[in-house]
Design a protein around this ligand. Structure first.
Ligand code: SF4
Length: 350
């Protein structure tokens, strides 16, 4: 069961997720297996920023969330161990989170535990870098972290404060720390600016030039540009439109031509390949009984543990309020990548 340990303003519950909970099935925490050798592992949903483009509506000013999670490291480690036993090695664990992993209190412990799991070949984190400092970088280096995927999207503070929704983001400081990572540690740096068409076109070009200049990409590609995609529950920056994939690739080709910097990378160059995946215990259309563990990330949703299975499901209760430990009958309506979403059909006697 989820344990409520605090609250954000607006009655948003902060849960501790015990190591005994299942690691698979839920999008906001645990482990996600998309059928390659790269596992996404999500130990927290907390974020110090409030980005205007955030696809998962994270941060203190979130309008759609009614819960946050901080996960015991054992849950992630056990989930990764389960996947490596199926995939047989060569696994990268990407700590990517629906928040920022640098808020996670046991990050260095988690990295060093993951590095000890047989079959794990690399561990990476994804961050915007607001909470980076030399101390944490050195600790992550000691723990064996292999790569930082750093999203820097603009080069001046005024714009940064505007798009990150916080005045604490100091672009120069984050860039200096990125240079420190490249220069003073064994950690590789991969820079991943998000292109917000019309808002940061020139910033993105400056950032990729800077990434190459400082020596990002010791073992992995140095830079990739992310495409802005509007999400149903994400935030939408005013004046920024989502471009088609065709337009996105054309813009990338143009930037590649103008700068001479490579921006397209194959799966092979990333060391990525398809690998056997953890199978969910039920598929779309199936019916299961689930025990309610607590609130889901977004308002109105709940998390359930599937009866008799080590697997989670998002429960859409269709307007009903559910209580922890309540049992419900659920029909699975989505199962992509083993992330189960189910519509509640009925409540059951406990
Ligand atoms: S985009 Fe990332 S850093 Fe920004 S608010 Fe969302 S989760 Fe946080």
């Amino acid at each position: 069961m989820l344990e409520a340990i605090g609250r954000f303003p607006g009655n948003r519950i902060i849960y501790r997720v015990p190591g005994s909970m299942p690691a698979y099935g839920y999008i906001a925490f645990g482990v996600i297996d998309r059928g390659t050798n790269v596992l996404q592992a999500r130990p927290t949903t907390i974020c110090p920023q409030n980005c205007v483009f955030c696809s998962v509506d994270a941060g203190i000013h979130s309008l759609n969330r009614w819960a946050e999670y901080i996960v015991d490291p054992e849950l992630i480690v056990n989930g990764v161990r389960k996947a490596t036993s199926v995939k047989g090695g060569g696994v990268e664990v990407l700590l990517d989170s629906m928040g920022d992993v640098l808020t996670y209190p046991w990050l260095t412990k988690l990295v060093s535990e993951l590095k000890k799991v047989p079959g794990v070949s690399s561990v990476a984190i994804e961050t915007h870098g607001l909470l980076l400092n030399k101390y944490i970088i050195d600790k992550l280096d000691e723990a064996g972290l292999d790569r930082v995927n750093l999203s820097i999207d603009v080069v001046d503070d005024e714009k940064a404060h505007l798009i990150y929704g916080t005045r604490y983001y100091d672009v120069k400081r984050v860039m200096e720390l990125a240079e420190y990572i490249v220069r003073e540690t064994n950690i590789d740096l991969h820079v991943t600016p998000l292109w917000l068409p019309g808002l940061n076109d020139e910033d993105v070009v400056s950032i990729i030039k800077w990434a190459i200049k400082i020596g990002a990409g010791k073992r992995w590609p140095p830079v990739t540009i992310q495409k802005y995609i509007r999400h149903k529950r994400g935030r939408k920056p005013r004046g920024v439109r989502e471009v088609s994939w065709d337009r996105f690739w054309k813009w990338l080709n143009k930037v590649e031509e103008e700068t001479g910097i490579r921006l397209h990378w194959s799966m092979n160059e990333w060391g990525m390949y398809y690998a056997r995946r953890i199978q969910p215990p039920v598929r779309k259309g199936g019916k299961i009984i689930a025990e309610v563990a607590g609130r889901g990330l977004f308002r109105g949703e709940y998390i359930g543990v599937i009866e008799g299975k080590d697997y989670l499901v998002t429960i859409i209760p269709r307007g009903k309020n559910l209580k922890p430990a309540e049992k419900v009958l659920v029909e699975i309506v989505e199962d992509q990548d083993g992330l189960l979403i189910g519509r509640m059909l009925d409540t059951l006697p406990s």
